[in-house]
Design a protein around this ligand. Structure first.
Ligand code: BGC
Length: 756
């Protein structure tokens, strides 16, 4: 009796348990379905609203009118992405279930007919994908493109990225990343364009113009001094005024003033004691008051601002992606205490509205069909970009490999057949396909019927035997998203603890900074084991920044930096290795002989001081010879320089210095050369770099051809920032002028000129 009662109770409990589980499953399924099929509101002002509210064509006036009609809550609703809980559910569900990045909408106001804006990351291709879009054109990473020294190419690339973002129903691009590469160990080095502010500025402008051409709001990031990844949420970067203005900000200034992006993203880190998201000095005094920026500032995602009142006071416009500190309570508290006023809020909302309405008023969405994603010309551009960016560092006459029949080629290494387009953090994009190094080389040899053998190098003896019997070896070494990239860790506390301890606490993480610049041990072992087996061995490096090659570079006859080269990288690599394309990339950073020659760097730190010198300015100042100088890269032909002429020996402070030089291709194949112009400051009365890049031009020269390269430098670009007068000052003195093929002294012709 007691037994059957017990049985009944158990059955009843099980029934209820079943019902609860079923209910939870139903609710979860609904949550998943709803979040996967989220609404995609139009990003454009509708015809009907256009008549009523938007009759005036000046968006500043329109924005003011609209703000005047808003309640405080409606204003606050313009100041963040989506509500935290629902936004997070949407982001997480799409990420976990579909491995896709959801559209996060910002600032829609149905009552007033204001459409939202929506962001996609995309330094190498659109990240947010629309329904049924399988992938996009994926380009080589930013650092690779920086190595092309070809801003026109960058402009064209960003036009494709922008068009494909538009096809995916996005109108705001969280790109370009223009943080300066202070130290090669920075985990996100691959996203930016190099170590030099001038090069960064030229690329920043090109990228922004390319994006904005297609009615995409560009958002250069991360403002500012964001170049230590593993401590990005906690580090406070200390920097003096001169270093800040002359080294870490000029590229932002140029990108803002010449590119005119709609927006800027603040960095996670603090600068001189204040987090960038609430740093008034950066966001208001410098960005707006000094540079005249008229767009709006958004935070970096999730831990970009901690104090809403300080954010308002600093001039931060939008908290992304969710509402965390720009809440009704915080804002009301600030208003009640008098720390902020409603007119501060009005200013913020008017600023973002007047900028984004310009984009919302042009409904050209029909020009961007999804069928255009990955069209042949875009794929072609991805290949061109990969070819133009590869840097040939060493070549003892073995490259290009000969195209002949009956050969056996061994493609060796754990990365040889890996689809490896770089970081899987925010800069990830889903390629339509990826041509690996092995596939590219195999395809190249198909016509000749050559044998291309793939080996992952895991068994050294087998690899050695293969290497000994092959005609040539392509040895692919380097990194993946696991070794470098955005630091994937979800706890700020953990980051803080490691920063306090000054070392990794051994938590499992992905990406991040590289503490040691050497290749992984297995790659070094492979190089050492294989180079004695075959004289025709080319080391191909895949990665985003400098490496320490000191233990093996003398042993190998050829080294090619191929970077994370995008979806067409394999084809481009084969074209370079077999001479269908002539390498024309140049290093966008210096490579030291000894890791100690770089400025100090640690991934785990709460406070870090950035000095005035880094990169080639540091090598020059200390008189240290780098292993490979900034601006260096070989070609399959030779270029010579002569007849350097300064058009006017003396210029005034407002003038332009015009310079010409003859560049000749003295070899037997056509090629492209990057003519570099540096200015020297040896007569300065203040401490200045030995020289600074102030111009460059990529010229195409047929075999045997000579061309006159014309370059100019504005006298105002020779200025230094005097913290005492808070002014940029051009010294009146004799300057050195250097022109040539790299930043190394021996590669440069020299002259002088005077600024009166
Ligand atoms: C990155 C940004 C990115 C944002 C959105 C952040 O973690 O630092 O560069 O735009 O995520 O994905």
């Amino acid at each position: 009796m007691a037994k059957s009662k017990f049985k009944r109770i158990v059955l009843k409990l099980l029934k209820w348990f079943g019902i609860v589980v079923a209910l939870i499953l139903v609710i979860l399924s609904i949550v998943v379905i709803v979040n996967l099929n989220y609404d995609k509101p139009s990003l454009y002002v509708s015809e009907e609203n256009l008549q009523k509210e938007y009759a005036n064509t000046d968006t500043k006036v329109m924005a003011k009118n609209l703000v005047a009609q808003m309640s405080l809550d409606e204003k606050i609703a313009q100041m963040y992405g989506e509500p935290y809980a629902s936004g997070m559910a949407k982001l997480a569900t799409n990420f976990l279930v579909k491995k896709r990045f959801a559209h996060i909408y910002v600032g829609e106001n149905k009552r007033l007919g204001i459409p939202p804006w929506v962001l996609s990351d995309g330094p190498r291709g659109a990240r947010v994908l629309g329904k049924d879009v399988k992938g996009v054109t994926t380009f080589p990473v930013g650092m690779a493109r920086g190595a092309s020294w070809n801003p026109d190419l960058e402009y064209r690339i960003n036009q494709v990225i922008a068009s494909e973002m538009r096809a995916n129903k996005v109108n705001y691009a969280a790109t370009p990343c223009i943080n300066l590469l202070r130290h090669p160990g920075w985990g996100r080095a691959q996203e930016t364009y190099g170590e030099d502010p001038w090069l960064l500025g030229e690329f920043g402008v090109a990228a922004v113009k390319g994006l904005e051409k297609h009615n995409i709001m560009a958002c250069p990031k991360h403002f500012a001094l964001n170049s230590i990844e593993n401590s990005r949420w906690v580090v406070d970067v200390e920097v003096d005024e001169r270093t800040l203005r002359e080294v870490y900000l000029p590229h932002f200034k140029k990108t803002v003033q010449k590119g005119k992006p709609a927006s800027i993203m603040s960095a996670y880190n603090a600068v001189n004691g204040e987090f960038c998201g609430s740093n008034k000095e950066l966001l208001t005094h410098i960005l707006r008051d000094d540079w005249g920026f008229e767009g709006f500032v958004t935070t970096d995602w999730l831990m970009g601002v901690y104090d809403g009142i300080k954010g308002v006071q600093a001039g931060l416009d939008v908290e992304m992606p969710f509402q965390q500190v720009y809440t009704q309570e915080v804002i009301q508290e600030g208003l009640d205490s008098g720390e902020i006023s409603e007119s501060d809020i009005d200013k913020i909302v008017t600023r973002s509205l007047s900028t984004r309405l310009k984009y919302a008023l042009i409904d050209d969405q029909d020009n961007y069909p999804t069928s255009d994603i990955g069209k042949p010309s875009s794929i072609e551009l991805a290949r061109e970009a990969a070819e133009e960016s590869m840097v040939l560092l060493k070549n003892e006459g073995i490259l290009p490999f000969k195209n002949q029949e009956g050969k056996t080629i061994a493609v060796i290494g754990r990365l040889a057949d890996l689809e490896n387009t770089g970081d899987r953090g925010s800069s990830d994009s889903k390629p339509l396909y990826v041509e690996t190094p092995f596939e590219g080389i195999q395809k190249h040899h198909q016509a000749q019927g050559n044998k291309v053998i793939l080996d992952d190098g895991s068994d050294l003896e087998r690899a050695k035997e293969l290497a000994g019997n092959a005609d040539e070896i392509v040895l692919v070494v380097g990194f993946t998203h696991e070794d470098e990239g955005e630091y994937i860790i979800f706890s700020r506390e953990q980051m803080e603890e490691a920063a306090e301890a000054g070392k990794s606490l051994g938590k499992v993480t992905i990406g991040g900074d590289r503490e040691d610049l050497s290749l992984l041990e297995q790659d070094e072992m492979l190089i050492k084991a294989l180079h004695p087996m075959n004289d025709n061995l080319a080391v191909v490096y895949v990665g985003g920044s400098a490496i320490d090659m000191s233990t093996w570079e003398d042993d190998v006859p050829a080294i090619l930096f191929s970077w994370y080269s995008g979806m067409e990288g394999g084809t481009a690599l084969a074209n370079i290795l077999y001479g269908n394309a002539n390498p024309s990339g140049k290093l966008p950073f210096s490579i030291a002989k000894n890791q100690k020659d770089y400025p100090p760097f640690t991934p785990y730190t709460k406070n870090f001081k950035y000095g005035y010198y880094h990169g080639y300015t540091l090598f020059d100042k200390k008189g240290t010879t780098p292993a490979y100088p900034f601006g260096f890269g070989l070609s399959y032909t030779n270029f010579t320089y002569d007849s350097l002429a300064v058009k006017t020996q003396e210029i005034s402070m407002d003038d332009l210095l015009e310079v010409e030089v003859n560049v000749s291709n003295t070899g037997e194949v056509d090629g492209k050369e990057v003519v570099q112009l540096y200015i020297g400051f040896s007569n300065s009365t203040v401490d200045r770099p030995v020289k600074l890049l102030r111009g460059f031009k990529k010229v195409h020269l047929k075999a045997g051809e000579t061309k006159k390269a014309l370059l100019d430098v504005a006298a105002k670009d020779l200025a230094w920032y005097n913290p005492a007068t808070e002014n940029w000052e051009v010294e009146s003195m004799t300057y050195e002028l250097y022109i040539g093929s790299s930043s190394a002294k021996n590669d440069l012709l020299q002259s002088t000129f005077i600024v009166k």
